[in-house]
Design a protein around this ligand. Structure first.
Ligand code: GAL
Ligand code: ZN
Length: 672
């Protein structure tokens, strides 16, 4: 039996069982007559599928009436798959409480912020605090786990689907749960009144019963209350997850447990969640026609890999073609499916999986693409799916290996939540946008990045980029400061270190000493307004969105604002601190200037790009392998650092190789 302190072992066992990367998708046989199943399995074999997710929304198919269980169909599906070499990621169907539960207990339905209750008719219609929901889920998961614990198909548990469902339930049960959560967190009411700053607008609470989730108010709600409610909502959902996980662990201590995350999703603190599961699983749906879709995808893959300290993650869902949730859902141009799938593997995924195996004929997602499209197997998509499966088999040696990064980017959910509330100097400063702006130049330069929590051990990194860290705890501020003191390099952009974890103003700013600057005022620029920046070491550039009005107190001034109503004043600074440096950007730089600043700092910190490749080619080193991904529509020649073999073609290359438009190579050899 594996101890819970060694969750990595469960994943090693899964990898050994699959013998390499996982390939497959969500399989929903309950939507099809049983005669289709044999064809499904034959096609899965043809495509090289070795793992399918079964049962995600099948509660009503498994328990059609309270306490009456119909596992027979699932028995037959689960028996069929391992006979054909296909393992199962068995889902708990708890994201779809059945109609009978809702009819008997309408209070399971969540209440939205405006006081309206959801109705039955889609999915994820449950209140995370509901004892009825929780008990029903536990009873079913208990039975599911007991029944299939020893089943040869079972390889991985998939809990629920894309928590948290609704963004915070406002029902009376949730309100009472929120109050209990607050009492645990603050101990006494005085502490809560202080933390929420209730002296403002006379919001003081005299008893716990007076407290409610933030609801409709005139003007702006109390921001500390809003941020705590967000924390609480995450914890309420996490309790649902861990309750199911604990049942599964009791029955099957050796089978890994996961739940599917939604990339750089704002509402859940995935650092907290990832620590509770054996492997991180990602649902990734970049827009096929987004000109920087590959960069957003890379950022998401890096984030998912980072959530468990660089360990491989599972790409649980992606799409073979169009989605159905956008205004216009374009097909994926030829080659993109292959390229983006290899990109996920390059950046740490041990799988390529899709929503879903066979395109549905009915229901809300019938136009969502699949591995077996409506057009059947005589189709471009099926041919691409089959070819990809064959290629992924050749990448078996990549499974389990790591991607290392000298550069870290600080990523913090509570700060993100607080930053984007109303009532700030500017509502245009958005965390994800800042993170992407700082990530983009590093991606273009093929410099690997790992995301880190602000309190994480940073000793393995040379450069830490802090795109925006509006809210920061004392401990996290000390951690970042110590990193620089010990010789690290840090780049931080505006509106950071401004408040503590309760959204109370910090004075002085948490990073004033570290940065060697004193910000006196914030001056967000108007839309379209720009200022001129004069640099000590290069041509002028433009500044937009934001102007810190600050004084250098020890820091060297790298650039000044040259115009605008406040005249010449520092805009970008660098402070030598301890054995390292802290660079501060008090405005939004244009892409070229931000790129130059980041790359100069990286190079001074001793950070080197993975490879020198033409623009638009992504180079990623994963373990012993160098992935080259050509995101352009042009054929390119790429120099390689020595003799190597392409795992995808078996071709040996001495010093250079050609990549087709959208082409991929996975190289192994000396001195890679
Ligand atoms: C995911 C979800 C799937 C499916 C897919 C396509 O977010 O987990 O069940 O809905 O999107 O829309
Ligand atoms: Zn509720």
């Amino acid at each position: 039996m594996l101890s819970d302190g060694r969750p990595g072992l469960r994943i090693d066992a899964l990898r050994e069982r699959l013998g390499g990367l996982a390939y497959g998708g969500d399989y929903n046989p309950e939507q099809w007559p049983e005669k289709t199943w044999a064809e499904d399995v034959a096609l899965m074999r043809e495509a090289g599928v070795n793992l399918v997710t079964v049962g995600v929304f099948s509660w009503s198919a498994l328990e059609p009436e309270p306490g009456r269980y119909t596992f027979d169909w699932l028995d037959r599906v689960l028996d069929l798959l391992p006979e054909n070499g296909i393992a199962v990621d068995l889902a708990t169907p708890t994201a779809a409480p059945p109609a009978w539960m809702i009819a008997a207990h309408p209070e399971v339905l969540p209440v939205l912020e405006d006081g309206s209750r959801l109705t039955f008719g889609a999915r994820q219609h449950y209140c995370a605090s509901s004892p009825v929901y929780r008990a029903g889920a536990a009873a079913l998961v208990e039975r599911l786990a007991a029944r299939y614990a020893e089943h040869p198909a079972l390889a991985l548990w998939h809990v629920n689907n894309e928590y948290p469902g609704v963004d915070g339930c406002h029902c009376p049960v949730s309100a009472a749960h929120f109050r209990r959560w607050l009492a645990d967190r603050y101990g006494d009411l005085d502490a809560l009144n202080d933390a929420w700053g209730t002296a403002f607008w006379g919001q003081r609470y005299g008893s716990w019963d007076e407290i409610n989730p933030p609801g409709p108010v005139l003007g702006d709600p109390n921001p500390s209350q809003v941020v705590d409610f967000r924390r609480f909502n995450g914890d309420a959902s996490l309790e649902c997850f861990t309750a199911e996980r604990d049942i599964l662990r009791r029955h099957t201590p050796d089978v890994p447990v996961t739940t599917n995350f939604m990339a750089s999703y704002k509402l859940l603190d995935y650092w907290k969640w990832a620590a509770e599961e054996d492997v991180v699983a990602l649902d990734a749906y970049p827009d096929a026609r987004d000109p920087i879709g590959q960069v957003r995808a890379a950022l998401n893959f890096d984030l998912m890999r980072s959530l468990r300290g660089g360990r491989p993650f599972v790409l649980m869902e992606s799409s073979t073609g169009p989605m159905n949730s956008r205004r216009r859902n374009s097909a994926r141009p030829p080659g993109q499916l292959r390229l983006r799938s290899h990109q996920a593997v390059a950046r740490g995924s041990d799988s390529v999986m899709f929503f879903q195996w066979r395109a549905s004929r009915f229901g809300a997602e019938k136009f969502f693409s699949a591995m077996v499209p409506h057009a059947g197997t005589d189709s471009r998509v099926w041919r691409e799916v089959r070819a990809l499966g064959a290629e992924l088999r050749d990448l078996a040696p990549v499974a389990g290996s790591r991607v290392d990064a000298d550069v870290a980017m600080v990523w913090d959910w509570p700060s993100w939540w607080a930053l984007e509330l109303r009532g700030r100097p500017s509502t245009d400063v958005a965390f994800h946008d800042q993170a992407l702006a700082h990530y983009l130049p590093l991606w273009r330069a093929n410099i690997p990045v790992a995301m880190v929590a602000p309190g994480a051990d940073l000793s393995g990194h040379r450069l830490v980029v802090v795109p925006n860290l509006y809210a920061v705890t004392d401990a996290a501020a000390a951690n970042l400061t110590r990193f620089v003191e010990d010789g690290g390099h840090l780049v931080m952009s505006y509106f950071s270190g401004v408040v503590d974890e309760h959204d109370h103003i910090r004075r002085p700013n948490a990073f004033q000493d570290l940065l060697g600057v004193r910000v006196e005022e914030f001056n967000p620029l108007q839309v379209e307004e720009t200022l001129t920046l004069r640099w000590s070491d290069g041509p002028a550039s433009t500044a937009a969105e934001w102007q810190d009005l600050m004084r250098a107190e020890g820091a060297e001034v790298l650039a000044v604002f040259e115009d605008g109503p406040f005249g010449r004043c520092p805009a970008v600074t660098r402070n030598a601190y301890g054995r390292g440096t802290a660079t501060y950007i008090g405005t939004r730089l244009d892409d070229a200037r931000l790129r130059a600043l980041l790359l100069d700092t990286a190079s001074a910190a001793g950070v080197r790009p993975v490879a020198d490749v033409p623009d638009g080619v992504e180079a990623v080193r994963r373990g012993e392998h160098l992935f080259l991904l050509n995101h352009t529509d042009e054929a390119v020649i790429v120099a390689v650092p020595g003799p190597c073999v392409d795992l995808l073609t078996g071709t040996r290359h001495e010093d250079a190789l050609g990549l087709d438009p959208q082409g991929v190579a996975v190289l192994r050899g000396q001195p890679l």
